[in-house]
Design a protein around this ligand. Structure first.
Ligand SMILES: Nc1ncnc2c1ncn2[C@@H]1O[C@H](COP(=O)(O)OP(=O)(O)OP(=O)(O)O)[C@@H](O)[C@H]1O
Ligand SMILES: O=P(O)(O)OC[C@H]1O[C@H](OP(=O)(O)OP(=O)(O)O)[C@H](O)[C@@H]1O
Length: 215
């Protein structure tokens, strides 16, 4: 295991993704007692709070920073965690950012699925292998559904939440690979070294996500 960088055992370093997860993650961690505020809009990538450093990362990099011990813990979607293949400790489903990873096609499309566009090539390969579909996978980086609309691919594997994107583009969901939501992930060495910070945090977060949600 990669050794942790030399940091005080009572200091926490958290990996959080910029984008749609950041505000809810900061809100939940604040309610769990950490002295965090949403970072000012700036080009700063590292935010210092009393006893806590927040590293603002791309989603895909959160499991890497936690697995390699540069961050003690992080918050990331299950979809990104599965795709990362990183065996980090995942103690808690935080229950926000719910969505599902699905196989999607144009409504009424027929014929073999020979090529699939996706941002999730690892999950897509595992799914297609399990289905016995020997399709080529094309890794894309955004607006994935366009691949199915333009003929770049016969189908796509992408996230669905409200279904609004599907309806707006005459697409349909053929199958669900798995459901996703935001997860707390923790570096295994940090869990021992910084147990006095991490154990109470996990306990408080567990209490918060177990409470009935407002509304
Ligand atoms: N429409 C959605 N509704 C709810 N949750 C979503 C939705 N889309 C994505 N998510 C969840 O939120 C996470 C972050 O999504 P976000 O849109 O911020 O990332 P992104 O901009 O696609 O990623 P990146 O640019 O880092 O590749 C996803 O990994 C997923 O877990
Ligand atoms: O079912 P819905 O509520 O419409 O949500 C699903 C859409 O949300 C995500 O895209 P996002 O807005 O993050 O853009 P991206 O494709 O550039 O990642 C996802 O990739 C879908 O396109």
């Amino acid at each position: 295991m990669t050794p942790l960088p030399d940091r005080a055992p009572d200091h926490l370093t958290l990996a959080l993704p910029k984008g749609r997860i950041l505000d809810d993650a900061i809100d939940l961690l604040s309610r769990a007692g950490l002295p965090l505020t949403v970072p000012e809009k700036s080009r700063a990538l590292r935010h210092e709070f009393p006893g806590v450093t927040v590293l603002e990362l791309r989603n895909q990099d959160v499991p890497v920073y936690v697995d390699l011990g540069v961050a003690d813990a992080g918050i990331v979607g299950k979809d990104v965690l599965v795709e990362s293949g990183r065996a980090v400790y995942e103690p808690l489903d935080l229950r926000f950012a719910p969505c599902r990873l699905s196989l999607i096609r144009e409504v009424g499309a027929v014929g073999a699925i020979n090529r699939v566009g996706t941002k999730y090539p690892r999950a897509a390969r595992a799914y297609l292998n399990a289905q016995g579909v020997p399709a080529e996978i094309v890794k894309l980086n955004g607006n994935i559904e366009l691949a199915a609309l333009t003929g770049l691919a016969d189908a796509v594997i992408d996230l669905v939440q409200t279904g609004g994107t599907l309806r707006a583009n005459n697409l349909e969901e053929l199958d669900v690979l798995f459901h996703s939501s935001a997860r707390l992930i923790v570096n295994r060495a940090a869990l021992k070294l910084r147990r006095d910070r991490l154990h109470p945090l996990i306990t408080r977060l567990r209490g918060l996500v177990a409470e009935p949600q407002p509304g």
